[in-house]
Design a protein around this ligand. Structure first.
Ligand SMILES: C[S@@+](CC[C@H](N)C(=O)[O-])C[C@H]1O[C@@H](n2cnc3c(N)ncnc32)[C@H](O)[C@@H]1O
Length: 277
């Protein structure tokens, strides 16, 4: 596994531990703030529940078997099981796979591998990607989708797109729009639904911005000040060594550009359903 991929996995695992402790939520997506929910940190679990409901509300008719791709800690998979669906999960992190096994029905297949390496020799009625499509190169994800869906099967993506807007977006991640628009028309998929939910997701970034300014920044200052007074030489050395990295973090997260407005400008968040033809 490459270092970048490993870093992403660790980030998600840390995210799960923090979110579970702070919010008692195990979802690893941004949440959906529609319906007048006030964007603030204590409402995060509610926004995340709303997000999962959005997926459940848009399940295609007649689905019996589901593969939850990049199923995180298994919360959505469990909800799908509670609806009577036969669910399998693909998740390449051993830590998250363990969390899935804890909450899914006994015997639920949890495949600890990437989608690209998953070769079950069977097809599913539905593939669900809840904020996980963006982690996989588009062509590789679609190759896998083609082989895992029989004609008539469905693909549901609820994820972020990196739109073709000039300038440097401080928010990382997202499916590259150019790649998606180039690949999709070449594939045997018919679009059934394309809901633009950017407005419903963007407030998460105002909540993150608030956490950065009012939690991370003051905490960081207190720790840095303490280190400076207690260990001046070590602090100077560490600061000198990590300077480029610190500057990069400051530019990205503390320049005042990392917020819902940036998300609305550079990203879009869609719920899309496609049918394999
Ligand atoms: C942002 S999390 C979303 C988790 C979950 N679907 C949710 O909504 O809470 C992204 C998920 O994609 C998974 N993932 C990353 N790369 C993947 C790959 N190549 N194949 C399958 N899953 C992958 C991660 O392990 C993680 O579970």
């Amino acid at each position: 596994m490459s270092k970048t991929v490993e870093k992403k996995h660790v980030g998600l695992e840390v995210g799960h531990i923090v979110a579970k402790y702070l919010f008692d939520s195990e979802d690893l997506h941004y949440g959906d703030w529609s319906g007048g929910l006030e964007p603030c940190v204590r409402n995060f679990p509610q926004a995340q529940r709303r997000y999962s409901e959005r997926i459940l509300e848009n399940l295609p008719d007649g689905v019996r078997t589901v593969l939850d791709v990049g199923g995180g800690a298994g919360t959505l998979a469990r909800k799908l099981q509670d609806r009577g669906l036969e669910v399998e999960v693909v998740v390449p992190s051993a830590y998250l796979a363990g969390k899935c096994r804890e909450k899914l029905r006994e015997g639920t297949p949890v495949h600890e591998c990437t989608l690209q390496d998953f070769a079950p020799g069977r097809t599913f009625d539905l593939l669900v990607f809840s904020e996980s499509f963006q982690y996989i190169p588009v062509a590789e994800a679609l190759d896998a989708c083609e082989s895992l869906l029989a004609p008539g099967g469905h693909l549901l993506l609820f994820d972020c797109f990196r739109e073709n807007v000039p300038g440097r977006c401080p928010i990382k991640g997202g499916i590259r729009r150019t790649d998606f628009d180039r690949e999709m028309p070449r594939r045997p998929f018919r679009e059934v639904l394309d809901l633009d939910l950017t407005e419903a997701i963007a407030p998460s970034f105002d909540v993150f911005a608030d956490m950065l300014q009012n939690l991370a920044l003051p905490l960081g200052s207190v720790v840095a000040e303490h280190a400076r007074s207690q260990y001046p030489w070590v602090t100077k050395l560490v600061h000198w060594k990590l300077r480029p990295r610190i500057d990069k973090l400051q530019r990205r997260y503390f320049s005042g550009d990392f917020d819902g407005a940036a998300f609305r400008k550079w990203k879009s968040y869609r719920l899309m359903v496609f049918q394999r033809t």
